[in-house]
Design a protein around this ligand. Structure first.
Ligand code: OAD
Ligand code: ZN
Length: 418
């Protein structure tokens, strides 16, 4: 596993044993970062388990595939009748849809034939690969070790921006800092030459001024129910602590603001000391004798190592995991994103997010010659264990609590988030 943090173009690389630490490049700016979600348009809340048979190469589509794409025979006949009509805009749209449909069909075919994103011999644990199936599995008593993995999306309803949502994400709103590229604000080499932008931002988003969200409290509820093995977070806003999740249940993969260190002599500083420096608009400098080194909160920057605890705990926890719940993350930053591949091959994985994330585009996998590219298999025809609950995390968590029969317990926790 890579020991420095890096941004990866797709979740495909999640299965690469040692991804090279990447310097975030300007072309990887928000919106351009190629995420791992598949192009197959399935929508809804659940992964697909349908097989796609032999439609490749012919202009006509297999009836099963048509059904999956929501098309009817009449539509096809209509297309034939309309052959000589002028090409107006509507028809162009139809053409685009046709093309998308064909690409999706082609992808399914390739995934099916080449067993991309599938584990053909692995038994299915879920009775149905759906949110209902996940809930049923949780209720069955078989689940003892839930791991939750989270990103900035669980904190946006608290008023903290995420990173990559176009328009509102942090990386879309850094013009005033005149950075060479947005991720530079968290790049250790850039920080050493120009720490000011980071400290200005740190003042704006200083932890301690926000409240936990219902999503944090749902994770706390999993702990209260005795089901939470560990919560892995990329967030540095400390809201998991505020929500009452005990420190030993947390792995702060991208570090913490609670301590700081001098980059030169490694002298440690407290959160109070750092807070005072930040709120006095100072660039924190080491007070050690003749040092004057730059002091940085212990959050993980690009090209820095993750905390030792991350590597120690992942090795112990992930083999034991019997349900992985991933919330509010684009799964684009390594090595965190590749953790989804560290659970046992049968382990169900539930993604609660505004959009699909962490899946490999089957075409990319094919082009890169990857038989088993890793990542979530949400759109694979062989998907036996991955489900996405699309929408707001808070709503997804409330829905899960409701379906699990935990509504009352969940609501008891909620006032703490207001
Ligand atoms: P991103 O901004 O990359 O992704 C956040 C994800 O959450 C996106 O898929 C959003 O659509 C989704 N999202 C946002 N708000 C949501 C909501 N209310 N409900 C549901 N989904 C929501 O943030 P991360 O994945 O956390 O690292 O980013 C990972 C790392 O990249 C960060 O830890 C940070 C950053 O660079 C470092 O700086 C080292
Ligand atoms: Zn020092």
């Amino acid at each position: 596993m890579a020991d420095t943090v890096s941004e990866q173009a797709t979740a495909a690389t999640a299965s690469t044993p040692a991804p090279t630490p990447a310097t975030p490049a300007p072309e990887k700016a928000p919106g351009n970062v190629k995420e791992g979600s598949s192009t197959a348009e399935q929508g809804g809340v659940e992964g697909s388990g349908k097989e796609c048979e032999g439609a490749i190469g012919g202009a006509r589509r297999d009836p099963d595939i048509k059904k999956e794409l929501g098309e009817s025979d009449e539509e096809d006949e209509g297309e034939e009748d309309d052959e000589d009509y002028d090409y107006d805009e509507e028809e162009e749209d139809d053409d685009d849809e046709d093309q998308e449909g064909f690409m999706s069909m082609l992808q399914n075919f390739l995934m099916s034939r080449l067993h991309i994103g599938s584990h053909p011999d692995v038994p299915q644990v879920l009775e149905s690969v759906s949110v209902e199936g996940m809930v049923q599995y949780l209720k069955s008593g078989q689940v003892k070790n839930v791991i939750t993995m989270a990103g900035a999306g669980i904190s946006t309803s608290a008023g903290i921006p995420d990173f990559r949502t176009p328009g509102t994400g942090l990386y879309s709103n850094l013009e005033k800092y005149k950075l060479p590229y947005p991720e530079a604000i968290f790049d250790i080499e850039y920080f050493k030459t120009n720490p000011k932008p980071f400290f200005v931002l740190a003042r704006e988003l200083y932890p301690g001024t926000f409240n936990p969200t219902p999503s944090h409290l749902f994770i706390k509820l999993l702990h209260d129910k005795g089901l939470l093995l560990r919560h892995y977070t990329q967030n540095i806003d400390t809201l998991e602590h505020v929500a009452g999740i005990p420190g030993d249940k947390l792995v702060e993969a991208h570090g913490t603001f609670r301590t700081s260190h001098c980059l030169t002599c490694h002298k440690e500083y407290t959160q109070e000391w750092m807070k005072e420096e930040i709120f006095q608009d100072k660039i924190p400098k080491c007070t050690g004798e003749e040092c004057n080194g730059l002091v940085k909160p212990d959050i993980v920057f690009f090209r820095e190592s993750l905390p030792l605890r991350f590597f120690q705990m992942t090795q112990v926890d992930f083999p034991k995991c019997d349900l992985l719940i991933i919330l509010g993350t684009s799964l684009t930053v390594q090595p965190f994103a590749m953790l989804v591949d560290n659970v046992p091959a049968t382990c169900p994985r539930l993604l609660v997010n505004r959009e699909k994330a962490g899946s490999i585009d089957p075409m990319v996998a094919l082009l890169q010659g990857m038989a088993n590219p890793g990542g979530l298999t949400l759109d694979s025809p062989h998907n036996k264990r991955d489900v996405v609950l699309l929408g707001e995390c808070d709503e997804g968590c409330a829905k899960l609590a409701d379906m699990l029969g935990w509504k009352e317990d969940f609501e008891k926790l909620l006032p703490a988030s207001k």
